[in-house]
Design a protein around this ligand. Structure first.
Ligand code: FAD
Length: 461
């Protein structure tokens, strides 16, 4: 009898776990993958995909408003939340089935169960069955944080529940300043809710370029979203179907829903990590791993959000693939975490790759800053009060473009492509040599001739 039941046991059927299971099976490994909720994980079931579908739904509002300037008269439009949610759920169920089928086609076996460690090679399923595995991959993802247990915290929803509300809230309070909070603020505003965003720090999108932060906030405010910064929700009371949020600034707000999107934590609790000897990274609370995603235990690896490195779907997928190639494909691969493009699907959208201005100035002695802030051509006819921001950061000594930041319609699509150039270490001269594609917003990226500022670091800085 073989010493192990399987060569690889994957805990978690999300973006990273599924990719790792399929690729490992393709390399000939006997693979079992456990999923306690729904195949596809956060991204497919309650993250990127359903969110993007709702972002599309929310954009229709602007399209209808903008139509008049182009000669269209559209009778008063109505929006039906249950239809959106039902259609979204149908698409998510289709994707879940596709994920399941693809895993099964690869030869990996799915067990619909929670799995926890008994020891470094033994996993216990909810049924009580034990499975012995040569290698284990922890791909358990993350979960929303609710922060400290303020009075009334039980009334608060997170991004897990927001996809299943029975009705569109007429008024919603959203606490948080990161990308999930902003995206849902814009989704609800677009669908017709009255939205108040509350954030404890001085401005939204901490960690993003300062110009992006200011631009996004201004655009969201122009769109009717109330943004209160330097303030927190301290308690929530429920009166019938209504909630009152009491805030640190002494004011109170009535709403039909209160959502917190104040961060996510890695799913490490109650996994039996101590029985397996797997160490936590004290710096970020995720599972500690090396460049090959190996944990403190020789036969146990961890990828994706549970490692709390860069919590994005394509990163989890890349890490899962690299793990499978390294351990089962005889091809050691380390994932390069530099210059990862990222987006915020608020309105208007944010797309960014590379360094922020502050990071560029800290890293390079001479930084050229190219900035364009303009009214998009569509807005001239629609009359919408909106502006696009484009920003390039260039290491002036090598002419390399080290950062690109865009706020405007299509920013995410643009930045995915700019990211290729940035990854290839393109110079500003390469951008300049590229012919503009007219009339687009993106042509601004190759026509910004003169730096709006040059930052030269003083010797003592
Ligand atoms: P997950 O996809 O979270 O999968 C982990 C799986 O493990 C889950 O299905 C869970 O049920 C299962 N599990 C946990 N513990 C156990 C156990 N003990 N036994 C069995 N199963 C277990 N990223 C982007 O790139 N772009 C976006 O636009 C984007 N939008 C997002 C929007 C929201 C609202 C959220 C919440 C996230 C978003 N993300 C986005 C992040 C993205 O979803 C994650 O980075 C990605 O899903 C991480 O993949 P993963 O494989 O690490 O974990």
């Amino acid at each position: 009898m073989a010493e192990f039941d399987v060569d690889l046991f994957v805990i978690g059927g999300g973006s990273g776990g599924v990719r790792a299971a399929r690729i490992a099976a393709g390399h000939g490994a006997r693979v079992m993958i456990a999923e306690e909720y729904r195949m596809g994980g956060t991204c497919v079931i309650r993250g990127c995909v359903p969110k993007k579908l709702m972002v599309y739904a929310s954009h229709v509002h602007h399209e209808i408003e903008d139509a008049a300037g182009f000669g269209w008269s559209i009778p008063a439009a109505t929006f039906d939340w249950p239809t959106l949610i039902a259609n979204k759920d149908k698409e998510i169920a289709r994707l879940e089935a596709a994920y399941t089928a693809n895993v099964e086609k690869s030869g990996a076996r799915i067990v619909k169960s929670r799995a926890v460690f008994e020891d470094p090679h033994t996993l216990r399923l909810a049924s009580g069955e034990a499975v012995r595995a040569k290698y284990v991959l922890i791909a358990t993802g993350g979960a929303p944080n609710h922060g400290v247990a303020i009075p009334g915290i039980e009334h608060v929803i997170s991004s897990n529940e927001v996809f299943h509300l029975s009705a569109l809230p007429r008024r919603i309070v959203i606490q948080g300043g990161g990308y999930i909070a902003l995206e849902f603020a814009c989704i609800f505003a677009g669908l017709g809710s009255d939205v108040t965003l509350i954030y404890r720090r001085d401005n939204v999108l901490r960690g993003f370029d300062e110009d992006v932060r200011a631009h996004v906030r201004a655009e969201m405010e122009k769109d009717g979203i109330t943004i209160l910064t330097g303030c927190t929700v301290d308690s929530i009371e429920k009166h019938g179907k209504e909630f009152t949020s009491h805030m640190s600034n002494g004011s109170s707000l009535a709403s039909d829903q209160v959502m917190f999107a104040i961060g996510r934590h890695p799913n490490v609790a109650n996994l039996g990590l101590e029985k397996a000897g797997v160490a936590i990274n004290p710096g970020n609370g995720g599972i500690a791993v090396n460049g090959f995603s190996r944990t403190s235990v020789e036969n146990i690896y961890a990828i994706g959000d549970v490692t709390h490195r860069t919590n994005l779907t394509p990163v989890a997928i890349r890490e899962g693939h690299a793990f499978a190639d390294t351990v089962f494909g005889k091809r050691p691969v380390q994932v390069d975490h530099a210059e990862i493009p990222t987006a915020v699907f608020c309105q208007p959208e944010v797309g960014t790759v590379g360094l922020t201005e502050a990071q560029a100035r800290a890293q390079f002695s001479h930084v050229d800053i190219y900035k364009a802030d303009f009214r998009p051509i569509k807005a001239t006819m629609s009359g919408r009060d909106t502006r696009v921001l484009m920003k390039l950061l260039v290491d002036a000594l090598t002419d390399r473009v080290v950062g690109c930041h865009i706020v405007g319609d299509g920013a995410a699509e643009m930045v995915q492509l700019v990211a290729i150039a940035v990854k290839m270490k393109a110079t500003k001269a390469d951008f300049d040599a590229t012919m503009a594609l007219h009339p687009t917003a993106a042509e601004e990226l190759v026509t910004m001739r003169t730096p709006s500022a040059r930052h030269v670091r003083e010797a003592a800085e």
